[in-house]
Design a protein around this ligand. Structure first.
Ligand code: DGJ
Length: 736
């Protein structure tokens, strides 16, 4: 049993082959952390790991004991205002204004399997024996509040899923001002913190810093997980690299406001906090009511960053993504947005679709502009029906029929959470937007945010989308979201619930997704938020892929996809080949390089295929034939980062099939270096003692050990690097 309770020492040991996590119920009844790291053998008592001793200015848990000061103890779920002066994991406000809680341990449960989190995305098990769960129950006698700290350890993965459940068993209403999903105290802070931050068209760029005393972290108060800070970070040792070394990684399965933070205290201990951002959060709990936090994932490995990422990739692909599209090859798609914008004609759409069919593309996606009075971004959002029959004479059903006749599948764009002032929906329900009383709501892209904390709004959207989805053979939906939340106030509701609106909004989004998935299990959903502004594990639970970025310039995409790969699988990254030169870099990047980047993703196109030359068309045709042949390798192989575009002029990554018989290596050279040095590229993930051949590199065979340890020499001529900036090579490695 991978969770052991030692009665003698009041200690819980969660372990698998890779990691151990040890919790002790401390003398004051609070759970403390003794150890989290590489697996250690089982003992009945590890209390020697409870560091302590008298220190100046310390507050102790009782008189005449100089042992346990909360301030210097590694806590599991620390409280506020009782001597632990670091970041609390939760704060509960009583009616009398007190924020002091005193939760003490009152029991535990250990069971095989993992419970579902009602209404929230979470990793799951298919068979109970895949994971084991420890629930620690704590109560605060004065208020009658209870909390359950939940830890699920997966047997196959170095992964622990944590969340917290609050229940008000008392007589009075309380407010949760702060309720993190996980808090973790590490005994030292000798780490570098790596985060994935950026902006629109510059998402998930790697930022690394050494931990220092004080606070460091990332957050979003934007109502969405955001392009600015992805809800994912890790702590690595200075010497850790892609193939070896310790990493503690943290991923938050949530799509709204979040905070991931590390506080280093005076004694070089590091407290990691993960959860809903406390600002704007004030959850009312009346007697009898409950609150479930979202889930945080903790991954530990001493095998380097690729091992960390591969854990997230496998778990997300197989135990977060659900339903029909779980681990199922994704269609090659063509999206019309970059070719036409919203002001398209049906004829242009059909021309693009016919050209696409001829080139081997499988799915046509009609983007923004098909509904209401929508020719640009000024109007129409909210009206999810066709009113402009000059543009679409047969409506969506007519167009879908024509596209299907061409032999393509049909997909459609929606932006369900938004409304333009100039729309029937807004004219009918001006009170359905988030807006503070007496204040002017702030526009962004000429649109306003619908109040998804209200059931009637979510119901309305479900019915509107249902009408369209029932009317035509739609096999894919792109769900977009093109602005952040401001004036987060839910009109017509009591003051006491306003601190719940940000979270209820996201719950409303999840509810709508869940209802649609349940009714249309065959539809492949792709989430999008002005590109990758809501690329998070919460979304992946509903939509197996996400539009990675509006930036489809191959050079920028290389960095964006490389950064994204640290926390997310390749199959989740929508990646399209688009026309050049393209904003923002206006680089003239070759077809090959654009394809060689986009293939390491859920592959597609986003340009006017109908106006290409016959050579260009042949290029695409060949490309699609190749991609289809190796699609499952590209989408569901084991991904290795080899060389970072954030560090050098050359970048490389590779995909290896699960049986290690086949691999595809992408090598990219940003700028041509005149008379430059020779470069050796070392591969990864192959079988060391098996022989491999590399397509287009003659008859020579290499042992896997040669390719991984000695590497191959990149001779531009052999690799078809074309001697220009932004050239690339795609090497197919096959076991002989
Ligand atoms: C932003 C998305 O990222 C684009 O791909 C496109 O769908 C536009 N919105 C449409 O408004």
């Amino acid at each position: 049993m991978p969770v052991i309770f030692s009665k003698q020492s009041s200690e819980f040991h969660l372990f698998n082959d890779k990691l151990s996590y040890i919790i002790k119920i401390l003398e004051n009844g609070q759970p403390g952390n003794l150890y989290y790291g590489k697996a250690i053998d089982c003992q009945p008592d590890y209390s020697y790991l409870l560091e302590g001793g008298p220190r100046a200015l310390a507050v102790y848990t009782r008189e005449n004991t100089y042992f346990m000061s909360p301030q210097y103890t590694k806590m599991e779920y620390p409280d506020f205002g009782r001597g632990d002066f670091r970041e609390p994991a939760y704060v509960i406000r009583q009616e009398n204004g007190s924020r002091i809680s005193q939760f003490v341990y009152c029991g535990y449960k250990i069971f095989v399997g993992k419970k579902k989190l009602e209404g929230l995305p979470a990793v799951y098990v298919e068979k109970e024996e895949e994971a084991d769960t420890l629930e620690l129950c704590l109560e605060d006698k004065l208020t009658g509040m209870q909390m359950v700290l939940s830890y699920t350890i997966f047997r196959e993965y170095p992964l622990i899923a944590r969340s917290v459940f609050f229940q008000n068993h008392g007589q009075e209403t309380v407010y949760l001002e702060h309720a993190f999903s996980a808090s973790l105290d590490l005994p030292d802070a000798n780490f570098e913190m790596v985060q994935f931050s950026g902006a629109w068209t510059r998402e998930r760029q790697i930022k690394t810093r050494k931990l220092q005393q004080g606070y460091q972290g990332i957050s979003s108060r934007r109502g969405a997980s955001s392009a600015e800070h992805n809800p994912f970070l890790f702590l690595k040792r200075k010497s850790t690299d892609e193939s070896q070394g310790e990493v503690y990684a943290f991923s938050f399965i949530y799509s709204g406001n979040h905070l991931e933070q590390v506080e280093v205290d005076t004694n070089n201990m590091a407290r990691v906090s993960i959860g809903i951002h406390p600002e704007g959060f004030d959850w009312r709990l009346k007697p009898g009511e409950t609150f479930q936090t979202p889930e945080a994932l903790l991954v530990y490995t001493d095998e380097g960053l690729n091992a960390m990422s591969q854990t997230f990739h496998r778990v997300f692909e197989s135990r977060l993504v659900r339903g029909t599209w779980r681990e199922k090859p994704r269609p090659i798609l063509i999206n019309n947005w970059e070719a036409t914008g919203a002001a398209f004609t049906e004829q242009k759409i059909l021309e693009i679709a016919s050209a696409a069919k001829e080139l081997g593309i499988e799915l046509f996606v009609l983007d923004d502009g098909w509904f209401g009075n929508r020719e640009d971004d000024q109007s129409g959002l909210g009206d999810w029906y066709v009113t402009n029959f000059e543009k679409l004479p047969g409506g969506i059903s007519g167009l879908a029929e024509k596209i299907t006749k061409i032999g393509m599948k049909f997909g459609l764009w929606f932006e369900p959470e938004m409304v333009n002032r100039d729309s029937d929906l807004y004219r009918e329900h001006p009170d359905w937007i988030l807006c503070a009383p007496g204040r002017t709501p702030s526009p962004s892209r000429n649109q306003y945010v619908l109040d998804f904390s209200k059931k009637e709004v979510v119901d309305h959207l479900f019915e509107a989308m249902e009408r369209i989805l029932d009317s035509a053979p739609i096999s894919y939906v792109k769900w977009d979201m093109n602005r952040y939340i401001t004036e987060c106030y839910s009109g017509g509701r009591e003051a006491g619930v306003q601190g719940m609106v940000y979270h209820q909004y996201i719950l409303g989004v999840y509810t709508l997704y869940e209802r649609l998935i349940e009714k249309y299990p065959h539809i492949l959903f792709e989430s999008c938020a002005s590109g990758g502004a809501r690329f998070d594990p919460g979304m992946l639970y509903y939509a197996p892929q996400t539009w990675t970025s509006d930036d489809t310039d191959a050079y920028e995409r290389l960095k964006i996809q490389y950064g994204t790969s640290y926390g997310y699988p390749v199959s989740s990254m929508g990646a399209h080949v688009s026309a050049v030169p393209k904003h923002p870099g206006a680089r003239n990047i070759s077809w090959e390089t654009r394809e060689n980047v986009a293939m390491f993703g859920a592959f597609g196109y986003e340009l006017d295929l109908s106006i290409l030359s016959s050579e260009e068309k042949q290029q695409i045709r060949n490309q699609n034939e190749f991609y289809k042949k190796y699609r499952s390798l590209f989408q569901f192989g084991t991904f290795y980062r080899l060389q970072s575009p954030f560090e050098k002029n050359d970048a490389a990554w590779m995909m290896v099939s699960k049986d290690q018989k086949l691999a595809a290596v992408g090598f990219y050279r940003m700028h041509e270096v005149p008379n430059g040095p020779w470069v050796r590229l070392r591969m990864a993930g192959l079988m060391p003692h098996e022989k491999y051949r590399i397509q287009h590199l003659g008859d020579r065979v290499w042992y896997g050990s040669e390719l991984m340890n000695a590497g191959i020499v990149i001779y531009p001529k052999d690799m078809s690097l074309d001697g220009k900036d932004f050239s690339s090579a795609l090497l197919l490695v096959e076991m002989v």
